[in-house]
Design a binder for this molecule. Structure first.
Ligand code: LMR
Length: 329
């Protein structure tokens, strides 16, 4: 594939062989699917302003939120083809391309913040990043959102039997679909931007997501039951088109790395604060019946879901499965 980055009018050719061409004005298109006031939406804006500041306005990050440029079904291919320079998909969106990424979708794989940190900053993160190389995708950093909760419009979900026969929207990840099947429910893969509509028209009964996504896309307005289950972690990997990355000068690369480092650090505290604040907002509306799973109920869910670990061992690989099991202990 051939990449044509968008340059401002100060550069006469879209591609200038000489480094000076790249030194001029540079635009990085950054596409994502969530609302602006979410951890990812705010991080993208912070990153853009840091890049502008550090480059004295020479590098512009143009953000396309709410799937206005590409949907989550399209964005990975668009990145590979150079139709966009940066994306930050949820891990689950990479699993059809790179099955090893399914390890992060295993139910209760990362039970708390410490486990998330240990997995992503340790061996699991390293292995998953290395898998991106063969697809010519440059992995830059992990960004946080939070743990997933389950919502639905039919009944409280407390025991696995409560899932029976209900239809759930899922992200395009086999492990997530299988998780719902093991609970007796029916999964349906739907792009994020169609989820509200499907919930509203009752084409599905429920979905799983972080509080910030449930809040910002108003899922809670049509989903009167929510279980605080923390059964899965939804985080992002910030990716860049590899050819674009390689054509940047070392100083441009350094600006991007520094701006991302600062944003990632900011997100480590703020993703949590945003999710907590928005949970409070949802509680205040009094529209949602909220149940928090007890440890015993979690064990009950897990007893149904554990077979998934063995089922994906082959696709994900011994090393990743063993590492995630080690972290859980
Ligand atoms: C979803 O599809 O539910 C999420 O991945 C959306 C997002 O990017 O947070």
């Amino acid at each position: 594939y051939w990449l044509v980055p968008s340059f401002s009018s100060t550069s006469s050719l879209p591609y200038d062989d000489e480094q000076e061409g790249l030194e001029d004005q540079l635009t990085i298109r950054f596409s994502h699917v969530v609302a602006e006031h979410t951890p990812k939406g705010l991080a993208a804006q912070k990153f853009a302003s840091l890049v502008a500041e550090k480059s004295n306005g020479k590098i512009k990050v143009e953000i396309y939120a709410n799937a206005t440029l590409f949907t989550d079904e399209e964005e990975v291919n668009a990145l590979k083809q150079g139709k966009v320079e940066m994306i930050a998909p949820a891990y689950s969106k990479l699993t059809s391309l790179i099955p090893e990424w399914q390890v992060l979708d295993l139910p209760f794989a990362l039970p708390n913040d410490q486990a998330v940190e240990e997995a992503l900053q340790g061996q699991i993160g390293q292995i998953l990043f290395s898998k991106l190389q063969s697809f010519h995708i440059k992995g830059l950093t992990f960004w946080e959102n939070g743990f997933k909760q389950v919502t639905n419009s039919v009944r409280p979900l407390i025991h696995p039997t409560d899932f029976h026969g209900l239809r759930f929207r899922t992200m395009p990840s086999e492990v997530i679909q299988e998780q719902f099947r093991l609970l007796g429910a029916i999964p349906k893969v739907t792009p994020f931007h169609d989820t509200f509509r499907e919930l509203y028209y009752k084409q599905v009964d429920g979905q799983e997501n972080t509080i910030s996504n449930i809040y910002s896309k108003k899922f809670y307005e049509v989903q009167p039951y929510m279980t605080i289950s923390n059964h899965g972690y939804l985080g992002y990997v910030v990716l860049m088109n590899e050819t674009f990355w390689e054509r940047l000068t070392p100083s441009q690369q350094q600006i991007i790395v520094e701006a991302l480092d600062e944003t990632t650090t900011w997100m480590k505290t703020h993703a949590k604060i945003i999710n907590e604040k928005q949970l409070h907002e949802i509680v205040q509306t009094k529209r949602v019946n909220i149940h928090e799973l007890t440890d015993e109920q979690k064990r009950e869910w897990l007893s149904h879901l554990y077979p998934l670990y063995e089922r994906v061992r082959h696709q994900v690989g011994e090393q990743l499965i063993n590492e995630v099991l080690r972290i859980q202990q």
